[in-house]
Design a protein around this ligand. Structure first.
Ligand SMILES: Nc1ncnc2c1ncn2[C@@H]1O[C@H](COP(=O)(O)OP(=O)(O)OP(=O)(O)O)[C@@H](O)[C@H]1O
Ligand SMILES: [Mg+2]
Length: 354
């Protein structure tokens, strides 16, 4: 399942994976925006957050607990850091999987100082006992620490300094109701528009000292799947190419040539995405075809095709999941250079409902 570690190995190969690779981790702290004003895009979440933070600041209290939700690489961790910075607060960072024993969480909570931000990444993966401890901590700034075992066990209430919990999750649906309800605010992160990614790229290029033409930025932005992490990674690959094969300056032609080397096409499809679409169109005449049949045709596991390729192909409007199987859309036929004449379904192409 996504976010549980599977698929990482397969995705590591693709420059278009939204999950961080080691190169991303090295550079992400440098490229992270520090202030809300520097944070590109997400106008809705940004405005809502500005209000929540400003109002708390005026009242001199710790703001409500905040949940940030959305696909990988859209800036949840960056926003959590920004929230702490805007509040002039220290941030303690942990993650759901790291909080396996409630004792780990109790230790973390009891060390908090008034006004601190506690950031729990991947909060949907928190273990049950820790989650239950968190309820009380979020609501009453208190935990009950159980001392001893068996009939002699006693529970000692422990006061916790008022803090703000910032949770991040790629799967809001996986959060239990009681946990979700204890957040005063949920910021739903959306994919970025190409123009916003151009801003991200302009900023990253200046930090990394890459000389990037505006058209080159647009070229990279259009292939980045609405995801800043991917945009930043493609920028580094393009920079490498420009340094080795040219004078380091990135023009549109250099960017296109570099991305072709990495099998990133104009719409941000990688080799496997294209293989899936090509099989669908060539071998199955556009579908409908079952996922396992399609997976066999490209020599991949069904889960990889379903979890790694399909979400973007669906979002990009190239593949439809219908009750009878996967179907290539007219857009997919055109993108692969197979004109409407070859599409047995003709101009209109299939709809989601046929
Ligand atoms: N709004 C933005 N403006 C500028 N850069 C951004 C923005 N959002 C993300 N980035 C860049 O993308 C990188 C990845 O962002 P971040 O780590 O915050 O994503 P995330 O949502 O926490 O991902 P994950 O779900 O994998 O934890 C950051 O290092 C930063 O450089
Ligand atoms: Mg993160």
């Amino acid at each position: 399942m996504h976010g549980d570690g599977t698929g990482d190995a397969a995705e590591e190969q693709s420059p278009l994976s939204a999950l961080p690779d080691s190169g991303d981790r090295d550079v992400e702290s440098t490229l992270r925006p520090r202030k809300l004003a520097e944070f590109v895009g997400q106008p809705k979440v940004r405005e809502q957050l500005e209000l929540v933070l400003e109002s708390a600041r005026r009242r001199g209290v710790a703001p409500d607990h905040l949940l940030l939700s959305g696909p990988p690489g859209l800036g949840k961790t960056s926003l959590a850091m920004i929230i702490a910075a805007e509040l002039d607060s220290a941030i303690r960072v942990t993650s759901g999987p790291a909080l396996e024993r409630s004792g780990d969480l109790a230790a973390m909570l009891s060390n908090l100082v008034e006004g601190d931000v506690l950031f729990i990444d991947e909060i949907h993966r928190i273990a049950r006992p820790a989650e239950e401890m968190l309820y009380l901590a979020m609501e009453d700034f208190r935990v009950d620490v159980v001392v001893g075992k068996g009939p002699g066990a006693t529970s000692i209430p422990l006061e916790i300094a008022p803090f703000t919990l910032v949770g991040a999750t790629t799967r809001t649906g996986a959060l239990t109701g009681p946990l979700r309800d204890r957040f005063g605010f949920t910021g739903q992160m959306e994919f970025y528009e190409p123009a916003e990614l151009e801003d991200v790229l302009r900023r990253s290029a200046s930090i990394l000292g890459v000389s990037l033409d505006a058209e080159a930025g647009a070229e990279i932005a259009g292939r980045s799947r609405g995801t800043p992490r991917i945009a930043n990674r493609l920028l580094r690959r393009v920079r490498d190419y420009a340094e080795v094969r040219a004078d380091g300056h990135v023009t549109r032609d250099i960017a296109s040539a570099a991305l072709a080397v990495y099998d990133v096409d104009e719409l941000g499809l990688d080799r496997l995405d294209r293989a899936v679409l090509t099989a669908l169109v060539r071998s199955f005449r556009g579908g409908p075809v079952g996922i396992s049949t399609l997976a066999v045709a490209v020599g991949e596991e069904a889960a990889t095709v379903e979890e790694v390729c399909e979400p973007y192909l669906v979002r990009a409007g190239m593949l439809a999941r219908t009750p009878r199987g996967r179907v290539a859309t007219e857009f997919a036929w055109r993108h692969l250079g197979a004109g409407p004449l070859q599409n047995p379904r003709g101009e209109g192409g299939p709809t989601l409902f046929d």
